[in-house]
Design a protein around this ligand. Structure first.
Ligand code: AGP
Length: 607
């Protein structure tokens, strides 16, 4: 998830592009760049790190002549966040520069063809491949717009791109497929961006571009076309009333809520390029050359640890690999028994959590192979791991982790299938159902989220007087019970205990009383009868119960929260947002600073 902006008008373009990128930094912030035409030259300025580094490069340079240009702030997916991988990227002939948000899945194939034609590449990015492919298209078709259509017909994946060329000064071409792109109509100036905040201070007249559309704009005109046929398309202009802050939150009240509602897209992005429904298999090129682990240890903290607990059950069941899950702050100080037969998988959204890093380094010292599962390209975990698999959740702004956990569960699900297939221990019917099921999951989740929020809001208001909550779950729902309790604690400051339902009678049941309600996960699975009897133990002590459950189950509790049932472990992807939304609605109703809870940091980089 990167931030892109394009401008053509009467103002100095570069300062305006930088300002727009600053309003897009929540979309990515590991490197940035601008390209603009000055005279007949195509100028490119890029820098690694936050936007300030790019500003340092621009300071003192005479860039104010340019009144059109494009800018990009990056969230790396292909290639570590260094200057050579920053956008914009130029073609070999330096006749066009493009910026891109998304992932070109078949970029390696196209790259090999272009290499065979004598093209050269200075970055590891899929975007530089697209720049040269469009350049090849210009040679084939004679025009930039036709060349873009030509190139798009040859790539698979997601993209929002914007392009400038000294051959058409003042003109910007932009197109989208599965990545957001909006056009802003000004007076004597026009804008294009990945999100409205980029140009909101200049215009509130917005055109939402759909997949497969291409826009050509200059300072005084614009036209949208079908990106395949180049037939003109009439578009409606919408008047936007949001302020910049809420626009960055996409109209949501908090980043946490926005990120919960981003989970359908996050699952889809995690699956991009990794599902082969024809061969009924999972592709994880990042693990090429790695033997299937004999023994696997998952090491993490907080929410990532809970994701690990869930993943361990699947890897054990589908890949028949012995797995243990370790809290990193304990693991790192133990007298560990690890050797070359061990694989240690460090799970970390930020890739900078000190305890998880120390656990990785300890494992390496003992000869284990170290894998990284993280969300930040170029983070320390990703740099130090022998192999890294990225979770493609995009930047997670809210301290309370939500979409990152969803993405971790998605990749752990794929890992279990991948290793199970490699070991030839995964039954074909399980593979078929598992792949088909997760492929259709984003739509199911998208459809269910609004009413999940409604139910969460009802229950949060009803139980807002409560000062303690017990969360219970069994099997794959046990890690979710832990996560539900953590979310409620960290953003609403209500005391909450997450417990395996079967553990209740070994102590915590002593806490049960009417004002210490239980949030139970009572889903339709082979453990339901066990969970039901645990809930009867709670009711026997006048404990009140909210039960997240499936339709048609025989369960009498104070409040049922019915969620639709899907296949096996995929139910978790519907249950998790319910727990996140309950905590969110409770914290918001109690007036808490949801995105920046007290005493917490997004990444715990201290010992
Ligand atoms: C979760 O909402 C918290 N922010 C926290 O528990 C977090 O999961 C933990 O600090 C681990 O962070 P990481 O995934 O970046 O390593």
């Amino acid at each position: 998830m990167c931030g892109i902006i394009g401008y053509s008008g009467h103002r100095p373009a570069v300062p305006l592009l930088i300002e727009g990128l600053r309003r897009l930094e929540y979309r990515g912030y590991d490197s940035a760049g601008v390209a603009f035409v000055q005279g007949d030259a195509l100028e490119l300025l890029r820098a690694e790190g936050k936007l300030g580094e790019l500003e340092k490069k621009i300071n003192g340079r005479n860039v104010n002549m340019a009144t059109s240009g494009i800018g990009h702030t990056r969230w790396a997916t292909h290639g570590v966040p260094v200057e050579r991988n920053a956008h914009p990227h130029m073609d070999n002939d330096q006749r066009l520069a493009i910026i891109h948000n998304g992932i070109i899945e078949n970029y390696q194939e196209r790259k090999n063809e272009l290499l065979a034609k004598g093209y050269s590449f200075s970055s590891e990015t899929d975007t530089e491949v697209l720049a040269n492919l469009i350049s090849e298209g210009v040679k084939e078709t004679g025009s930039i717009m036709k060349a873009m259509a030509w190139a798009f017909a040859r790539v698979e994946g997601a993209y929002a791109v914007a392009l400038v060329s000294p051959d058409e000064p003042g003109v910007i071409y932009a197109a989208r497929k599965s990545s957001p792109l909006v056009f802003g109509q000004g007076t004597g100036e026009n804008f294009v961006a990945s999100d409205i905040p980029a140009f909101l201070p200049y215009t509130r007249e917005v055109v939402f571009l759909e997949d497969g559309e291409l826009v050509r704009l200059d300072a005084n005109s614009w036209q949208v076309y079908d990106a395949k046929t180049l037939e003109p398309i009439e578009k409606e202009i919408h008047h936007i009333t949001w302020d910049v802050q809420s626009a960055q939150k996409g109209g949501y009240k908090h980043f946490m809520l926005k990120e919960i509602f981003e989970q359908p897209r996050v699952v889809a992005d995690c699956l991009t390029g990794r599902l082969d429904l024809v061969k009924n298999s999972v592709r994880l090129p990042e693990l090429e050359g790695l033997a299937v682990p004999k023994r696997l240890t998952l090491v993490a903290c907080g929410t990532s640890y809970h994701a690990g607990l869930w993943g361990a059950s699947l890897i054990e069941s589908w890949a028949r690999i012995p797995v243990r899950v370790e809290i990193a702050s304990e693991f790192r100080y133990r007298d560990l028994l690890l050797d070359g037969d061990d694989v240690v998988l460090a799970i970390s959204q930020s890739g900078e959590t000190a305890d998880t890093l120390a656990g990785m380094r300890r494992a390496r010292e003992l000869g284990a192979t170290v894998l990284g599962l993280c969300n930040v390209v170029g983070s320390t975990v990703s740099r130090e791991a022998d192999h890294v698999v990225y979770t493609q959740a995009g930047p997670e702004i809210s301290v309370a982790s939500t979409k990152a956990m969803c993405s971790q569960l998605t990749v752990l699900y794929l890992l279990a299938l991948y290793w199970g297939a490699k070991k030839n221990v995964l039954p074909a019917e399980v593979a078929t159902r598992a792949l088909a099921g997760i492929h259709s999951l984003p739509q199911v989740l998208e459809a269910e989220l609004p009413q999940m929020r409604e139910r969460a809001s009802e229950l949060a208001r009803k139980y807002s007087y409560v000062r303690s909550f017990m969360y219970l779950g069994r099997g794959l729902s046990f890690p979710l019970a832990l996560e539900g309790a953590l979310k409620l604690k960290e953003i609403s400051y209500i005391h909450a205990e997450g417990y395996a339902s079967g553990e209740m009678k070994h102590g915590p049941i002593a806490l049960i009383e009417p004002d210490f309600p239980t949030f139970a996960l009572a889903m339709r699975d082979q453990l339901f009868p066990k969970v039901k009897s645990n809930l009867e133990e709670v009711q026997a002590r006048d404990g009140r119960i909210i039960a997240l459950t499936h339709p048609g189950l025989d369960l009498t509790v104070d409040d049922q929260w019915i969620v639709p049932e899907v296949w096996g472990p995929l139910n978790t992807f519907l249950d998790l947002p319910c727990l996140q939304l309950f905590a969110y609605e409770m914290a918001d109703y109690l007036g808490k600073d949801v995105d920046q809870p007290r005493n917490l940091a997004k990444s715990v980089t201290v010992e």
